[in-house]
Design a protein around this ligand. Structure first.
Ligand code: 5GP
Length: 188
């Protein structure tokens, strides 16, 4: 079985986080990369688990030290994938990276056999509803996130698979089936 970097992307509010949580529960051989960010924690988020929260100064020092596999700035924060964790884990297992489309496409340039999966919202209206309900964003931040949805939806054409999140259980089944199929392909 191959050990793959598996990127899960999709617009804000599409339910990526919930899907990833379920994937890890249902397939304990998977592990998730915890990203580093300069954005402030949201209520309920756990430092070291949801993200590793650092100052912009520290993040920039880590960029200079080449500590990130990839990083990107969006929604007025820096987000990056710590390199050593992913590289170490890939020797033993497949690693999930819940990152944006720019990060996903950059990761593919650096890591062999990166699998890119995009999570599609059932409809734009539902996505807006979910983001509003989450209530974690200011009006301005909400507008920025909705603006970015268009860009992400366009970039998903470069992804290997698109999975519609119309029903959580069904979407998780579909992602697991894709992972299973790709892990069992012959490596080169
Ligand atoms: P949020 O602020 O909602 O947690 O995340 C905003 C966006 O940043 C999401 O699209 C999320 O997937 C993306 N993101 C999270 N971690 C990383 C990372 O390490 N690298 C990149 N490029 N994007 C990330």
């Amino acid at each position: 079985m191959r050990h793959l970097p598996i990127v899960i992307s999709g617009p804000s509010g599409v339910g990526k986080g919930t899907i990833v949580k379920e994937l890890l529960k249902r397939d304990p051989s998977l592990v998730e990369s915890v990203s580093m960010t300069t954005r402030a924690p949201r209520p309920g988020e756990i430092s070291g688990k949801t993200y590793i929260y650092v100052s912009r100064e520290e993040f920039e020092a880590r960029i200079a030290a080449d500590d990130f596999l990839e990083y990107d700035e969006h929604f007025s924060g820096l987000y990056g994938t710590p390199r050593s964790f992913v590289e170490e884990q890939l020797k033993e297992r497949s690693v999930i990276l819940e990152i944006d489309v720019v990060g996903g496409l950059n990761a593919r340039k650096l890591l062999k056999d990166t699998l890119l999966i995009f999570i599609d919202p059932p409809s734009p209206e539902e996505l807006i509803e979910r983001l509003k309900k989450r209530g974690t964003e200011s009006e301005q931040a909400l507008r920025e996130r909705l603006q970015r949805v268009k860009y992400e939806m366009h970039m998903r054409e470069q992804y290997d698979y698109t999975v519609l999140n119309d029903d959580l259980g069904r979407a998780v089944d579909e992602v697991l089936a894709i992972i299973e199929k790709e892990r069992n392909k012959e490596g080169n």
